[in-house]
Design a protein around this ligand. Sequence first.
Ligand SMILES: Cc1cc2nc3c(=O)[nH]c(=O)nc-3n(C[C@H](O)[C@H](O)[C@H](O)COP(=O)(O)OP(=O)(O)OC[C@H]3O[C@@H](n4cnc5c(N)ncnc54)[C@H](O)[C@@H]3O)c2cc1C
Length: 311
Amino acid sequence: MPKSSKHTLQRWLTAPRLAGLPDLVSLPAPQLSFEFFPPSTEALERQLWHCIRRLEVLAPHFVSVTYGAGGSTHERTHAVVARIVSETSLTPAAHLTCVGASRGEVDDVARRYWDAGVRHIVALRGDPPPGTRYWPHPDGYHYAADLVAGLKAIADFEITVAAYPETHPEAASPAADLDNLKRKLDAGATRAITQYFFDTNLYLGFIDRALAAGIKAPIVPGIMPVTNFTQAAKFSAACGTQVPRFLSSLFEGTEDDVETRRLLGAIVAAEQVRLLQANGVDEFHFYTLNRADLTYAIAQVLGVRARPGVP
Ligand SMILES: Cc1cc2nc3c(=O)[nH]c(=O)nc-3n(C[C@H](O)[C@H](O)[C@H](O)COP(=O)(O)OP(=O)(O)OC[C@H]3O[C@@H](n4cnc5c(N)ncnc54)[C@H](O)[C@@H]3O)c2cc1C
């Protein structure tokens, strides 16, 4: 910038003009899915059902319910999924993992889901309980790809699997991890949902690599609206998600200011989904953490509106 323009309007005219983000009215509303976790107390149960009811009017493609580390929430996951089937207009997907169970036990859980009317499974290897290393059960499914094949042999489930734009922390290499994703899709999964990420370019680079590797199934971005930055940073270190500098600097000084953190979390996630939408993405999965407000607002930003007639 020439020195002389420092105090003039001219200093804003030195960079090329950027086109705006796409006009929402000209885009079809994207397809959404929402993820919940099974509650462990009555208070959390009330919070979960408030969240489910609030988001139900957005008529998501499906909602999914996680399975606790080491398979610890098996019964609670089943109870939430069964209640979604019987009491709501939503289509549930049950998360199911391989960890700590024999094939027979996992197959029984899957059959129970099928009998309860559940047709969609999010098939995962799962994480062992905190502080322990993953070790396949001697009679169990070793990896998610084995589980996908096992589920397909039981019934014609719709199957979604996990994908890692920043590479799964235990993978031998990014290429080996992409091969693993391909194996899961070849075994019968029809969609992947990504680990959450903050650097949108990493996701866009990943889908380029996936396409080049011959993957055609949608790799839906997993969006996590962050309100508790300290906790998110800790969790990100464990699951291999990079926390860009802009994000730590954005939340600096808000440790005791919940309201500002919530607003910042909404702004960051809204910017991220709009950027993804501008790059052609038309399906989004939200890690709701059983709270509806941010997810609802971001859905609104994406052009999704409450459907009249949905309870
Ligand atoms: C959308 C989403 C939902 C999730 N939900 C849950 C949940 O409900 N409950 C839960 O406990 N966890 C959940 N997780 C976390 C997940 O269980 C962990 O990330 C887990 O560490 C890996 O699961 P996976 O299904 O990706 O495993 P896999 O696809 O089996 O891969 C695990 C690792 O093994 C490697 N690998 C695969 N096959 C082989 C092979 N044959 N030889 C050598 N290495 C191999 C892979 O490259 C990767 O590093 C979720 C993750 C995502 C992204």
